[in-house]
Design a protein around this ligand. Structure first.
Ligand code: ATP
Length: 322
C-alpha cells in the first residue's frame, strides 16, 4: 500500500508543499538486555505513541536545505541542540529515500518542533519518520510502508516506531516491532526538565552500574507481559504498577534532581510516574483526561519542570496532514 493513499493527498494548494507530522513516544516498559557485539543493547520494550507532534513541511527546491523552528532550535526554547545541517536526521532521511528511490535529493525541509530535543521522547526519530512520509509524497516515490520501515531502521532504532505509532512491542535495538492492540486511551502528563540528557551517556552509566554489581543484569522478553496486559485491560492502578524502565536508575545517577521530579508527580496525584526512555522527561500517569488537566496544572506550579504537557495515547504514527 502506498502511504500517499494511506495518509491522504497531503498537498497544500498553491505552493506544492507537503506536510507530515509524527508523534513523541513513551516507553511504558524498557527492559535493557546485555551489550551486544555490535555495541547496541538487546531491548525488550513497549512503546506508546502520544499526542505531542512535530511537523515536517517539504517543498520543491534545488538541492537540499533545512530550517528548524521551535523546541531545540537556535532561536527556540530548550538547549538549542537541534542541528540544521546534514547531522539532522531529517536531512539523512531525505538522502536515504532519494538513494533508495533513485531520485535527486532536492527539497526545502522545514521542521516545526514541539517535541523537546534529547528528552527521551524520540523527537529526532519522529522528524525522520515524518520526513520519509512527506518526501515520498513530494517526490512520488510510491514507497510502501514496508519500504519506509526498512529505511527507518537504517536511520535509527526508534524511527520505525515513529512511523508505526500506536502501541508496539520492540525487540532488537527497538526496531523489530510487533503492534499491540490497545483497547483504551491513556492520559499522561509529560514533565520536561531543563536540559537534555545524552542517550549514549545514560546507556554507558547503566553498563557501569551493572559492571560494578550495583544493578542486576538485564530483563528478558517475558518482562513485557504485565505492562501489555495492563495497557489492554486497565485499570490505571494496574498500569501504574507495571511501569518499568531499566534506564531510570542510570538517568537518576546522572541527574539526581530527577528524583524530586518523580516525587513531585506522585505527590501531585499521578497514579505512577517514570522517566521516559533515557530521560530526562518524566511521564506521569493520570486517571483520565480531567485528571491529566488537574495534574498538569499542579505540576506546572511545582517548579521542577521547564514545560508540562498533558497528552494521551495511543495515537497514529507519521502521517500526511492537510
Ligand atoms: P533518542 O531517540 O536517542 O532516545 P531523544 O529522544 O532523547 O533521543 P532526540 O530529540 O531524538 O532525543 O535528539 C537526540 C539528539 O539527536 C539531539 O541532541 C541532536 O543532536 C540530534 N538530532 C538530529 N536530528 C534531530 C532532530 N530532527 N530533532 C532533534 N534532535 C536531532
Amino acid at each position: 500500500m502506498s502511504n500517499a493513499t494511506a495518509g491522504g493527498p497531503g498537498r497544500l494548494a498553491g505552493n506544492g508543499a507537503v506536510v507530515a507530522r509524527a508523534p513523541a513516544k513513551i516507553n511504558v516498559h524498557l527492559g535493557v538486555g546485555p551489550l551486544r557485539a555490535d555495541g547496541f543493547h538487546e531491548l525488550h520494550t513497549v512503546f506508546l505513541a502520544v499526542s505531542l507532534f512535530d511537523t515536517v513541511t517539504v517543498r520543491p527546491a534545488e538541492g537540499l536545505s533545512l530550517a528548524v523552528r521551535g523546541e531545540g532550535s537556535a532561536a527556540g526554547p530548550g538547549a538549542g541542540s537541534v542541528p540544521s545541517d546534514r547531522r539532522n536526521l531529517v536531512w539523512q532521511a531525505a538522502e536515504l529515500l532519494a538513494r533508495h528511490a533513485g531520485v535527486e535529493a532536492a527539497a526545502h525541509l522545514e521542521i516545526d518542533k514541539s517535541i523537546p530535543a534529547a528528552a527521551g521522547l524520540a523527537g529526532g526519530s519522529a522528524d525522520a519518520a515524518a520526513a520519509l512520509v512527506a518526501l515520498d509524497a513530494l517526490w512520488g516515490t510510491r514507497a510502501t510502508r514496508g519500504d519506509l520501515a526498512g529505511l527507518a531502521a537504517q536511520l535509527g532504532s526508534d524511527v520505525p516506531f515513529s512511523l508505526l505509532g500506536g502501541v508496539a512491542l520492540g525487540n532488537g535495538r527497538g526496531e523489530r516491532l510487533s503492534p499491540v492492540l490497545a483497547r483504551r486511551r491513556w492520559d499522561w502528563v509529560l514533565g520536561i526538565a531543563g536540559e537534555g540528557l545524552s542517550t549514549p551517556a545514560v546507556y554507558a552509566e547503566l553498563d557501569a552500574l551493572r559492571a560494578a554489581g550495583t544493578l542486576p543484569d538485564g530483563t528478558d522478553a517475558a518482562s513485557t507481559e504485565p505492562v501489555i496486559a495492563a495497557l489492554n485491560a486497565g485499570p490505571p492502578a494496574a498500569l501504574a504498577a507495571a511501569l518499568d524502565n531499566d534506564l531510570q536508575a542510570p538517568a537518576l545517577r546522572l541527574r539526581p534532581e530527577l528524583r524530586r521530579a518523580l516525587r513531585a508527580a506522585t505527590d501531585a496525584g499521578a497514579g505512577g510516574a517514570l522517566v521516559s526512555g533515557s530521560g530526562p522527561t518524566v511521564a506521569a500517569l493520570a486517571e483520565d483526561e480531567d485528571g491529566a488537566v488537574r495534574l498538569a496544572a499542579e505540576l506546572a506550579g511545582a517548579g521542577v519542570f521547564r514545560t508540562v504537557r498533558a497528552v494521551h495515547g495511543p495515537v497514529p504514527g507519521a502521517r500526511l496532514v492537510g
